[in-house]
Design a protein around this ligand. Structure first.
Ligand SMILES: [Fe+2]
Ligand SMILES: [Fe+2]
Length: 193
């Protein structure tokens, strides 16, 4: 698996491209502060899922809500964001085929409310759901796929939305310091999907 620097050679350029194309970039609920919070939360979940790929989780954080039309009901924002992410592959980021599929599936289906058996996708969805506190919703362990995310202290701590206070430089650096994951698609977390 290539290093994060090879997957995303120029993170500021990628982020500038996402910001420029984003259809709801001014939102404090679904805009860049939330994306950073998802990236930050993903760090703790990745530590508990050594098979998961940090680069995919980081890219999920950056892309997953970029194509929302507004902050209301918009179930197609996942599929639209998956198409947008795929359109930047080979230009702003580079992933092996299997991991590109995990990324686009994680983005496309993150609104469907399912659990994930793939550890990388599980980290993506749990990082997003632990940040439901920002809209006044306590994350429900029944909708969290990883053992780490279901721990009561992790759910409670997520209420602080700490990641919103960290910059992308630090979040990208912290992801780059994690091992790339062995790509094992099995996880002990849940048997679903
Ligand atoms: Fe979303
Ligand atoms: Fe989100």
């Amino acid at each position: 698996m290539p290093s994060l620097a090879n997957v995303i050679p120029d993170p500021p350029a990628l982020l500038a491209t996402i910001d420029a194309a984003c259809t709801n970039v001014g939102s404090h609920l679904h805009g860049p502060a939330h994306w950073r919070a998802v990236g930050w939360t993903g760090l703790e979940l990745l530590a508990g899922e050594p098979a998961a790929d940090p680069a995919v989780v980081l890219l999920f954080a950056m892309f997953h809500d970029s194509m929302r039309l507004d902050d209301g009901y918009d179930p197609q924002h996942g599929p639209r964001a998956a198409v947008f992410a795929a359109s930047l592959h080979g230009r702003h980021f580079h992933l092996p085929d299997d991991r590109l599929k995990w990324l686009t599936r994680a983005i496309r289906d993150h609104t469907a409310g399912r659990l994930a058996g793939n550890p990388t996708i599980a980290c993506c969805w749990d990082a997003d759901r632990l940040n439901l506190w920002r809209v006044g919703v306590r994350p429900d362990p029944a909708f969290l796929s990883t053992e780490t995310a279901r721990r009561p202290e992790v759910i409670e701590r997520a209420a602080k939305l700490e990641g919103q206070r960290h910059g992308w430089d630090e979040i990208v650096r912290r992801h780059s310091e994690l091992p790339p994951g062995d790509g094992d698609t099995k996880t002990a977390a849940t048997p679903q999907s």
